[in-house]
Design a protein around this ligand. Structure first.
Ligand code: WT7
Length: 630
């Protein structure tokens, strides 16, 4: 069994050992899994390339560890408990035995459609059990899954399909989200119409009774999967073979495909799941994320299943049919560990205490937060109103690139201070640097957050563009992984992650590049130039503020609505600017670089100290922008 830290002393010793002897430490963790062949070496690394290999030479299949190895001990335990969007619809429960059978059937169906080891399969699905099943089916046969959040646009989907040269798309016909019935397959059809030449088939899961358009590449899930054998031998993978690609935004326009591999990701997600959530046999664990994001990959699917947990998966939204839905589900399924995002906490807090107070939340013994900094007010509400001051809160800091939780309190073991992610996981060596790359030592200091030693679930490359991976994460500071975040270390050494220091925004826990949104806005025919920044937003954490220069031929509400529509078309509704201000110019340096620092301050209504603007090419524009600001 994966090691579970049980006391503060134990944490201190375990952490120390993981630093003194990382290879010995991770080899011990890895020993608890099923391998077809053990590793030749635990770790080979060079951050300059970067070249990172964990458990080199080892052979395994992650689904044997998620499923097969649990059959003898917990075959009849529920693995995935699925709660539908509509509370009146039927809950679905898959025991480990049933889930293994379902995964094998799907795996055989994929094979019958010609999917082989190494092929890329893109997902565009709502939160239905078939999504988890098909992701695992890919892993079973060694195909590389790339899940695209079903809120992205056809263009964004096509871009990802083409970047990955995917052979297949797996989608549903419709997505039930709150009162909305969203035609998902239609978006896939639009993406196909834009040109996705590598796609051979589209496997369509039926999620409604409505008719849809059909093409000769389309195959119904129920036709293809029915009748397949419930046994499928697991493809034997190298520890460093690709497990999945997940696209995420960066500071340049094009999202990058973060690559995770089989062995290290397995060991790390299981270890962090068991320890951060202190999961005990019989607990019911619920993470409210979408599998379209890394949180869903690591802490709905892989981590919990590797640890033999019961993982709740929810199709719907927090406010449907009413603002009590999360708490109703907690009571209904007797949830013990609950993991959600600050944006959801703030939105529900705004609806008032009467919603959670209607339900019995006494089984809850741990609350988790992820995706963005949690403000003190939301932390306190979560602690009092949901946790009744008896459930420790873990504020977990990590990233798509880190694969798993990096910095977090351990519930009931280390202390918890509002807004502090606090302490590193064993094996994680965070440091703070100043802008020149000097170590910022001591406590009560701020700096740029870097990690100075590899951990098993770290990204290996960005798909198809290793140089971009090197430049983004490993070239900013020598021999360091650079996170892109700024952080503070308090008197007692706890870490608080303050936010991004690059041109990346965090909107409702969703990562969005400013350049990506600008590129979309610039697609509008009357827009000449734009600059996008994040600003503090009460519910979303950050809102999107766009400054646009137009050709003057159009204005008013029409223009604003059209720009929003263009962004929705190019990226998806999650990237829609909250505020759009038409300006006649943007503050630029003499070399033509937009001074975003100034724009950020104006958007935040913090214009008292704009710094020296006299070196700008066009200092007069600043006053104009402030006057017209929203
Ligand atoms: C960025 C990563 C982690 C999975 C979901 C988001 C921010 C994440 C925290 C936290 C403060 C946080 C960081 C990070 N972030 N968790 N607990 N406290 N900030 O993954 O989309 O890759 O975004 O989210 O800025 O760099 P992601």
């Amino acid at each position: 069994m994966t090691y579970q830290i049980s006391s503060l002393e134990d944490y201190k010793q375990t952490y120390q050992r993981s630093i003194d002897d990382p290879e010995g430490f991770w080899a011990d963790q890895a020993e608890t899994f099923t391998w077809r062949k053990k590793w030749d070496s635990v770790l080979e690394w060079d951050f300059r390339e970067p070249n990172i290999k964990w458990f080199s030479g080892a052979k395994l299949n992650i689904t044997e560890n998620c499923l097969d190895r649990h059959i003898a001990t917990r075959g009849d335990q529920v693995a995935i408990l699925w709660e539908p969007n509509n509370p009146a619809d039927e809950v679905q429960k898959f025991t480990y035995r049933e889930l293994l059978a379902a995964v094998c059937k799907c795996a055989n169906a994929l094979k019958a459609l010609g999917i082989e080891k190494g092929d890329r399969v893109v997902f565009y699905m709502p939160m239905v059990p078939e999504l988890a099943i098909a992701v695992l089916a890919c892993a079973r046969i060694g195909a590389v899954h790339s899940v695209v959040f079903a809120g992205f646009s056809a263009q964004a989907l096509a871009d990802r399909v083409n970047d990955a040269s995917a052979k297949m798309i797996i989608c549903s016909d419709f997505n039930n989200r709150g009162s909305k019935h969203i035609p998902v397959k239609k978006v896939v059809d639009e993406a196909m119409a834009k040109g996705c030449p590598s796609i051979e088939n589209i496997l369509v899961h039926k999620n409604s009774n409505e008719d849809i358009e059909w093409s000769d590449k389309d195959v119904w899930w129920h036709d293809q999967v029915a009748g397949q054998s419930e046994e499928c031998p697991a493809e034997i993978m190298d520890a460093e073979d690709l497990l999945f690609i997940l696209y995420t935004s960066g500071s340049t326009g094009k999202p990058k495909g973060v690559v995770h591999t089989c062995g290290g990701y397995m060991v790390y997600t299981c270890f962090t799941f068991k320890n951060a959530f202190q999961y005990k046999d019989g607990d019911i664990y619920w993470c409210t994320a979408d599998i379209g994001w890394i949180t869903g990959h690591s802490y709905i699917v892989y981590g919990p299943l590797l640890a033999g947990a019961t993982s709740v998966m929810f199709e719907g939204v927090p406010t449907y049919p009413d603002a009590g839905r999360f708490w109703e589900i907690c009571e209904k399924h007797q949830v013990n560990q609950f993991y959600t995002a600050p944006t959801a906490i703030r939105a529900l807090m705004a609806r008032g205490d009467e919603w959670p107070n209607k339900y019995d939340l006494s089984p809850l013994k741990l609350l988790g937060s992820v995706g963005e900094p949690i403000n003190e007010e939301a932390w306190n509400w979560y602690n009092k109103t949901i946790g009744k001051e008896k459930s420790p809160i873990i504020d977990t800091w990590w990233q798509t690139e880190t694969g798993g939780i990096m910095i977090t309190p351990l519930p009931g073991i280390t202390d918890a201070k509002p807004t502090y992610a606090s302490y590193p996981m064993p094996g994680v060596q965070p440091v703070l640097l100043d802008a020149d790359g000097n170590l910022v030592e001591g406590n009560n200091v701020e700096g740029l957050l870097c990690i100075k030693f590899p951990w098993p679930a770290m990204l290996r490359t960005t798909y198809g563009d290793h140089e971009r991976c090197r430049q983004t994460y490993f070239s900013v500071f020598k021999d360091m992984y650079f996170t892109g975040d700024g952080a503070r270390r308090d008197e007692e050494g706890r870490i608080r992650v303050i936010g991004r220091v690059d041109d990346v925004m965090n909107v409702s826990g969703h990562r969005m590049g400013t350049a990506e949104v600008e590129n979309a806005i610039n697609e509008h025919e009357n827009v000449i130039e734009s600059a996008v920044v994040g600003y503090p937003h009460e519910i979303k954490g950050q809102g999107i503020y766009a400054y646009v220069i137009t050709d003057g031929s159009k204005g008013g509400e029409d223009l604003i609505n059209e720009i929003r529509a263009v962004v929705t078309r190019e990226i998806g509704p999650i990237a829609k600017p909250d505020k759009i201000q038409v300006v006649s110019g943007l503050p630029k340096t003499r070399s033509g670089k937009i001074m975003r620092r100034i724009l950020r301050k104006i958007a935040a209504k913090d214009t008292s100290n704009l710094g020296d603007v006299s070196t700008l090419l066009n200092p007069e524009i600043v006053e104009e922008i402030i006057k017209g600001s929203l």
